[in-house]
Write a protein that binds this ligand. Structure first.
Ligand SMILES: Cc1cc2nc3c(=O)[nH]c(=O)nc-3n(C[C@H](O)[C@H](O)[C@H](O)COP(=O)(O)O)c2cc1C
Length: 180
């Protein structure tokens, strides 16, 4: 797919076809995603992949706070990625102090780059995604027994789109850019 089409054509998809995404599909997406830049090349993003429908639907039921839309989004999806990042590395010196005044900010920054790289790669291969920031971290951690040194950065629904929403309006360049 042409680069501009990948950037402009990717949409958040909330209705998915009843067609499975496979372990091999996800592996191929992550194979490219791992080239995303990271703080001092620390590569702290981890992808916990749920393709088991029973487990995915349990996360939908129990791990979405009271935000019922995400419950439906996850139920509709073929799979769900729990994107985590290893704590205490991005933004830190080896002695455990922060490198910058922005503290832990860089951990989320790296997670965001990894997340978008994953979503764009998936879209390029015909697989749609939805990034979700509303979830119950403690419940999901408990259900999946996630490593204690990882924090959940986002949930990503994956699947084959069964809707083609219009792009939500973007700000004009003049609104977000200034020449100083
Ligand atoms: C950090 C982040 C968190 C988001 N959380 C949710 C969410 O919990 N539920 C949801 O339906 N969409 C969520 N979205 C999707 C946004 O609503 C969507 O990206 C935005 O409206 C632009 O639409 P587009 O992705 O189709 O361009 C999230 C997006 C981002 C980047």
């Amino acid at each position: 797919m042409e680069f501009t089409e990948v950037i402009k054509g990717r949409r958040s998809i909330r209705k998915y076809a009843d067609k499975p995404v496979t372990k091999e599909d996800i592996e191929k997406i992550i194979e490219l995603t791992r080239f995303a830049p990271t703080w001092k090349n620390s590569q702290t993003a981890r992808f916990h992949v749920i393709l088991n429908q029973e487990l995915k639907n349990r996360i939908a039921e129990e791990g979405t706070c009271s935000f019922s839309k995400n419950k439906l989004n996850i139920q509709s999806a073929s799979g769900l990625i729990i994107l985590t990042t290893v704590d205490g590395i991005a933004g830190y010196e080896k002695d455990g102090t922060f490198t910058t005044s922005k503290g832990t900010h860089w951990q989320s920054f790296d997670a965001g780059i990894a997340c978008q790289t994953f979503c764009l790669t998936a879209y390029d291969r015909g697989i749609s995604t939805l990034i979700m920031g509303i979830y119950d971290e403690a419940k999901i951690r408990n259900i999946l027994n996630l490593p204690e040194n990882e924090s959940i950065s986002a949930l990503i629904a994956v699947g084959y789109a069964e809707e083609a929403p219009n792009a939500p309006q973007r700000k004009e360049v003049s609104e977000i850019m200034e020449i100083i």
